[in-house]
Design a protein around this ligand. Structure first.
Ligand code: FES
Length: 98
């Protein structure tokens, strides 16, 4: 469980730990996305980065990640995806499936 929809407003991110995984969950236009929270470049925590639309910018060296699928959008070198997780909503509560 991530929390109530009201805890995660439009354009906001939240960091959770579940099943031993570090995950960042974001609300983009009322749709909730969940991807790995650890940048595969040098391990920065992505929830401390900057979210602009579907782009999540890593706080350390600026890699841009797609919050909708965990894939790399931009970086000078190729990086492995951070992974993504399905989300669901039940009775106003947001869930991530691990
Ligand atoms: S740790 Fe994310 S770009 Fe370097």
């Amino acid at each position: 469980m991530v929390g109530k929809k009201s805890d995660l407003g439009e354009g906001k991110m939240i960091h959770i730990t579940a099943g031993g995984k570090e995950i960042v969950v974001a609300n983009i236009n009322g749709i909730y996305y969940a991807i790995g929270n650890t940048c595969t470049h040098s391990g920065a925590e992505l929830h401390e980065g900057e979210l602009q639309g579907k782009e999540l910018r890593c706080p350390w060296h600026g890699a841009k990640w797609d919050i909708t699928n965990g894939n790399l959008i931009w970086f000078p070198q190729n990086l492995n995806p951070v992974g993504s997780y399905p989300t669901s909503i039940e009775q106003d509560t947001v869930y991530v499936e691990i």
